[in-house]
Design a protein around this ligand. Structure first.
Ligand SMILES: [Zn+2]
Length: 86
């Protein structure tokens, strides 16, 4: 029989794991394989970032709130135009 516990996860399985859909036997491999774990963590982080972006994208005023938080000094316009030295 194929020992699933010893096989590295495929990209598809890592994607499933990141979404919490990974079969328990693959989860057991992750628990003992640092290599797969770091790949999986990276994938999960990426998926979370994407989910966050998707959620925030349509929300009006998000950029303004972020700007207010980070307090980037906003100059009035010229940096928005590609050619300013006219
Ligand atoms: Zn592995």
């Amino acid at each position: 029989m194929t020992d699933l516990l010893l096989l590295h996860l495929t990209p598809e399985e890592i994607e499933l794991w990141a979404q919490g859909l990974c079969p328990a036997v693959r989860d057991a491999h992750l628990a003992q394989c640092a290599e797969c774990r770091s790949t999986a963590e990276r994938e999960r982080k990426l998926i979370r970032e994407l989910a966050r972006l998707t959620r925030f994208a349509p929300e009006f005023g998000f950029a303004e709130r972020v700007m207010a938080k980070v307090k980037i000094p906003t100059r009035s316009g010229p940096h928005l135009r590609p050619h300013t030295d006219a």
